[in-house]
Structure formats: C-alpha cells, structure tokens
Design a protein around this ligand. Structure first.
Ligand SMILES: [Zn+2]
Length: 467
C-alpha cells in the first residue's frame, strides 16, 4: 500500500521533461479543437494527472455564452472517469490558473477550484500576466523549455489584452499585430483571411524563413494587404531545408486520395507507416520504436492514415487521423479512429468534419477490389515473415539464418532481434560477423533500449570463445 501522506507532503514539481510532454500534447489538442470549432473551444488546455498516471483532460469551452476554463473541464473529466481526484495529483495547463474575477468566465476562478481540491501542484506553459490576485494554495511553476513556453504564450496572447483579459503592459509586438490586423480589416479584408495569413506569417518568422524588414509586421502594415498576402503565400509554398530533408523514400503504400488538403494512404510496411505518421503519436510510427507497432497491427488490421497537408513542421499544428479497419469482421466494418495524439475517443463526426469524407467511405475506398488485392498480398508477405521468425524461435536456435536476419531487419522487432543476435553470436567468432548481421545489430541499437549493438555483439562473441 502506498503511504499517500508521504506523497502529500511533497509539493515539489518533479520530472519536468515528462510534464513538458503533456504540455505539448495539450497544445496540440487546443489547436486541433481550434481547427474543429473556434466558437466552441477556447485556447487553453489542461489535464489532471494522478500518481497512477490516470488522466483527465479538458480545454476551455463555451457554456451558455461564457467560458468554462480548461482546468475546470479537466477536473470534471477526471471526476467522470475516475471519481475523486487523489492527493498527490498535479494539474498541467498551458496557461497558469486564473485568480481574478472575470465577467466572461463560467464558475469560480481556477485558483479557487484548485484550492478547494486535493491538488497541490500546478505546472504551466506560460504565466498569465493578466491575473493580479494571487491566492494559490498550491505550488505553481512554469516550464523552462523555451519552445513550449513560446507556444503557450502565443496561444494565450490570442485572447490576452482583450476586454476580459486586460494586460497592463501589452508588448509592442502584440500591439503591432493588433494594429496591423485592424488596418487590414479597415481595408475590407475578411477577418478570417487576415488571421489565417498572419498565422502562416508567424510560422514563417518562427522558422526563420523571413529576414530583415520582412520580419517586421509593422513594416507589412505599411506595404498593405496585397503585398503582405502575396509574400506570405509565396514564402509558405517554399519548403524549408528541414522539410526538404524530410522527403525520404516513403516505403510501400497505397494512396487512396490526394487533394489540396489531405493525403489518405494505406501504409504497407513500417517505413511507409513511419513516414506518413511522423507527425502523429501512434505506436505504428517511429515515435515508439521499442514496440512492434506497425507489425503488430498489420497482421489483422488495415491501417489508413489521413494526413493533413496544412500541418507545418512544428509538429503541434497537425490534425492527422488513423483509421484502424479490423479485417476479422470482414465484410462487415468495424473500425477504430485515432487522432494525432493517439486518442481514440473522438466521434466519427469529427473525422468527417476535418476530412470531408466519413471513415466508412474511406474504408470502402481501401476495400475496393484492386486496393484490397495489393493490401492482402502485402499482409500475406508480412505474415510469412512472422511465421519464419516464430518458427526459428520455436526450437532452440543454434545457427545463423540469413533469411530470418533479413526478416528481422524488416520487422525491427527489438525483443526478437536482440534474442536472435544473442543466440547467433555464440556460434560465431568476433571477426566473422557478416554485413547483414552487423546491419541488424546497428538497427537494433537504434530502435531498442534493450539493444544489442555491434560492440556488445563483439563482447558476447568474445565471451563465448573464451568459455
Ligand atoms: Zn481559469
């Protein structure tokens, strides 16, 4: 049994890197919901994390014309899922909890709500400079990660400085953006269009794709909307060097749809899965290489990725979807829907709203005869790879098997690769490692924490010989 009182006494914030990961996820969620419905969702995200890593999540939402704040929603979400929030829990939020009275807020201040709860630690992405009544009974700290801080600040400043969130010292830059926007509005440009272009422009500035005067929004106000817009559109279509570098061979896949906004693909191998899923948190992509990810799914499921083309290279600005079509139910359709944050609770209507097609329509595209044939063939090949590997391990293996090495290079399953290498090096001298085995060992070191790399491989072999 855990002695909670020991935990309770500890109001210190630990594991900042871990907490920063949550902040990034929250930013993504906020932006995603902004894309979905900017009227209904506000620009703050928060979560409650308990000592068992149970999590309740919320963003600011509109309720009866007022804003219900993210912390409030996160706590309600936690209560709904797990009941009472236990002591030792922490709240992570993109913006520090409010403490002033606010006309447009639904319910008490977040500081009051948290004070009344067992939560005694709050970690935030940005300290709200518009709040002047500090009465928190909890430890409040902000991130030391500049990128995350900048992002959270940027989100907060979309509403700071307005009537309900007055700022005493609004920075010059912020005002310049406001004035420029006002100027463009006065020139008859629709607000939506201005916001979109300014957003793109800020991305360009953040990526250092803009130099000199062109970095200055004030200067653009003088140049006028047409020049500004033209410049942004032209620059936005030029890929940055990182973007060019990222255009690697995307492996083997089928493209179901490719228009201005979306590319919908069925990855047929791990490389394609990693390539198309690079901006999502799915286990089927490189982001968690120490699981079998893609291979574990592909055996019984068809993965379909809808990749948004409006995402930029700061990965938070993407709304991608993965449909997992479970073929065990074929010809019936049973599917799961995962968003970029690897969250599977969004309704199918959210997918339709983003992509413009229903998930069922997309699955039917993948099931069209010619596509199905290609997918089935890839799955069969994949299945035989798995069969060969499991046959190899079904008896105590004593010899190298170049085919199995090749298979392990394809599947990159870390446990099996390590196991294979350990077995095989016992039968070889340290000089005798064939290239393919070295390649497997190199990959193994790359994709697993439990790795056997080439150096360790030599050590094993040496020991084996000395025995
Ligand atoms: Zn609040």
């Amino acid at each position: 049994m855990i002695l909670r009182e020991f935990l309770d006494k500890d109001y210190k914030i630990h594991g900042r890197e871990h907490l920063d990961e949550y902040l990034v996820k929250l930013c993504k969620l906020v932006i995603q919901r902004q894309h979905r419905d900017p009227e209904q969702f506000g620009i703050v995200g928060a979560c409650v994390l308990d000592p068992d890593h149970n999590i309740g999540v919320g963003t600011t939402t509109k309720e009866n014309g007022k804003w219900k704040h993210a912390e409030h929603n996160a706590m309600d979400d936690y209560n709904k899922r797990y009941g009472e929030i236990p002591e030792g829990s922490i709240i992570i939020t993109t913006l520090s909890p409010c403490n002033d009275t606010m006309a447009d807020r639904s319910g008490p201040s977040c500081t009051d709500i948290i004070n009344a709860s067992p939560v005694r630690k709050v970690y935030c992405g940005y300290m709200d400079p518009s709040q002047h009544d500090p009465h928190a009974e909890f430890t409040l700290e902000d991130t030391q990660n500049d990128d995350i801080n900048r992002l959270c600040k940027k989100m907060a400043w979309t509403f700071l400085g307005t009537k309900n969130h007055p700022l005493e010292n609004a920075s010059e830059v912020f005002e310049n953006y406001q004035t420029t926007t006002a100027k463009f509005i006065a020139a008859g440009i629709p607000q939506d269009e201005i916001n979109k272009t300014i957003n793109q422009y800020q991305n360009l500035v953040n990526r250092n794709q803009v130099q000199g005067n062109e970095r200055n929004i004030d200067w653009w106000a003088k140049q006028g909307w047409d020049k500004f817009n033209k410049f942004v559109q032209a620059s936005a279509s030029v890929p940055s060097t990182t973007q060019i570098k990222r255009r690697k061979v995307p492996g083997n896949s089928i493209t179901l749809l490719d228009n201005n906004d979306w590319q919908i693909v069925v990855p047929l191998d791990r490389n394609a899965s990693a390539y198309f899923g690079k901006n999502a948190q799915w286990c089927t992509t490189n982001t968690c290489l120490n699981t079998g990810g893609f291979e574990d799914h592909f055996g019984g499921q068809v993965l379909i990725y809808a990749i948004s083309k409006s995402q930029d290279e700061e990965q938070w600005n993407s709304t991608n979807w993965a449909i997992v079509d479970d073929i065990h139910y074929y010809p019936k359709i049973y599917f799961e829907l995962w968003n970029s944050d690897n969250f599977d609770g969004d309704p199918p209507s959210a997918f339709k709203k983003d992509v413009g097609l229903t998930a069922i329509q997309v699955i039917k595209m993948a099931r069209q005869k010619h596509n199905k044939q290609i997918i089935d063939k890839a799955r069969k090949a994949h299945q035989s790879i798995y069969d060969r590997i499991s046959n190899y391990f079904s008896e105590e293996p004593v010899k190298r098997d170049p085919q199995v090495e090749q298979d392990l290079i394809v599947t990159r399953h870390p446990d099996e690769a390590s196991r294979y290498i350990k077995h095989v090096v016992d039968t070889l001298g340290p000089q005798d490692f064939p290239d393919q085995l070295v390649k497997l060992a190199q990959l193994n070191r790359k994709f697993s924490a439990r790795h056997v790399g080439p150096d360790q491989m030599s050590k094993y072999a040496k020991n084996a010989i000395e025995k």
